[in-house]
Design a protein around this ligand. Structure first.
Ligand SMILES: *Cc1c(COP(=O)(O)O)cnc(C)c1O
Length: 396
């Protein structure tokens, strides 16, 4: 079942008419008056155990109604029982790792994933041990103390697709976490393929305007209860203002994703015919097995693409320096187009050999296509490529 605009517009707002308001209310209270001590104690107990709500919120680290509204909206979008919001994507991943520690500290993961996610796993900062495998080696890597299998599809920054169902099959009873940031629930709903946890850096498409940092996990009520326990204990909360902005962005999510995708499809085809570009990585250009995976688990190829140019770091840097309309900046999923160099920025934290093994070369640029007209974007990229190739030739 695909996502409905009606749900994106209305989920988490069903009580507004009864409240007599039209816009989403923002509750900034850090503490709440307790009508009697027994109610306070009972509510505190329920929330600390990770229950969704209680008669009284007690304290903002335990519950916030504005955040709860957005969580409901996101859960509806993913077709999940629950959503649990965090202060960033990294806080969301951290909470998942901590919540599953009772089952073991071993994680099986498929590269590439977002650079800081890679670092969090590889560094062992949270006491995890990681085995990196290719998508068809997941089954063989599972151990009795494996707590989690983690994949990211489409993957940052190479846009590699991972077959979610095939990974879930291999993982057997071990929960599979899918970082679905690049797809959004508009293009992919991994819980339908059997994933246990879907994670988003909501800083990207869900916020969509480059002005809010957030993370969220969509999952079962049982898993959400454990994640809330971790959130209460560690405090990686989403601020109610941020939740308000995220909720305000939900009604336009499908429109934004589909419009940006149309631009990305056109740009990917144009770039793939350009002699200055040696390779274009985009699910919409996939052939064979990747194309089957795209058709089976996604409703479209999305609006992030990557391309490679000859001349490595220097020429890539010159492209970034020459764009005028497109912003040379990390992040993605905004209404405006952004271009960045993964090896020098988002994936710099990885070991160079690991970067190269998963295709993050010195000439790779990642482009997040926004809502601008195709002609304007192509004009800008075209002149930037010309500039960069000229400067590359002069240097050589
Ligand atoms: C940005 C990003 C993250 C990290 O999210 P933050 O909100 O920056 O903490 C994780 N995964 C992917 C795929 C991302 O693009």
């Amino acid at each position: 079942m695909s996502i409905k605009n009606t749900d994106l517009v209305h989920a988490g707002r069903q009580d507004l008419r009864r409240l007599g308001v039209h816009a989403l209310p923002v509750d900034l209270s850090t503490t709440y008056p307790l009508p009697d001590l027994d109610q306070g104690t009972a509510s505190l107990d329920a929330l600390v155990e990770g229950h969704k709500a209680a008669d009284n919120p007690v304290y903002a680290r335990l519950f916030n109604p504005t955040v709860d509204r957005w969580e409901q909206s996101l859960a509806r979008a993913e077709g999940a029982e629950a959503g649990v919001a965090f202060s960033s994507g990294m806080a969301a991943l951290t909470a998942c790792l901590l919540a599953l520690r009772e089952h073991g500290t071993h994680v099986v993961a498929v590269r590439p994933i977002y650079g800081t996610s890679d670092h969090l796993l590889a560094s062992g900062l949270l006491g995890n041990e990681v085995t990196w495998v290719s998508a068809d080696e997941v089954g063989a890597a599972i151990r009795s103390d494996t707590a989690l299998v983690m994949i990211e599809t489409p993957a940052n920054p190479t846009l590699q697709l991972v077959d979610i169902e095939a990974v879930v099959r291999q993982a057997r009873s071990v929960p599979v976490l899918v970082d679905s940031t690049f797809a959004t629930p508009v293009l992919q709903r991994p819980l339908q393929q059997g994933a246990a946890l879907v994670m988003h850096s909501a800083t990207k498409f869900l916020g969509g305007h480059g002005d809010v940092m957030a993370g969220v996990v969509a999952c079962s009520d049982e898993m959400a209860q454990r994640l809330r326990q971790v959130r209460i204990a560690t405090g990686a909360l989403l601020h109610p203002w941020a939740a308000y902005l995220l909720h305000r962005s939900m009604p336009t999510l499908k429109l934004r994703v589909e419009q940006a995708q149309a631009g990305a499809v056109a740009l990917a085809h144009r770039l793939s015919k350009d002699p200055r570009v040696s390779a274009v990585h985009y699910p919409g250009l996939a052939k064979g097995k990747a194309k089957d995976t795209l058709n089976r688990q996604m409703r479209g190829p999305g609006s992030v693409l990557a391309f490679e140019i000859d001349g490595g770091h220097a020429v890539a840097a010159a492209v970034m320096a020459s764009v005028q309309l497109i912003t040379p900046a990390v992040s993605l999923g905004s209404v405006d187009s952004l271009i960045q160099h993964p090896a020098a920025l988002t994936h710099r934290v990885m070991e160079e050999g690991d970067r190269q093994d998963c295709g993050i070369s010195a000439g790779l640029l990642r482009l997040s296509v926004g809502l601008e007209e195709f002609d304007d974007l192509w004009h800008d990229l075209d002149q930037a490529l010309t500039q960069a190739c000229l400067s590359g030739r002069q240097a050589a």
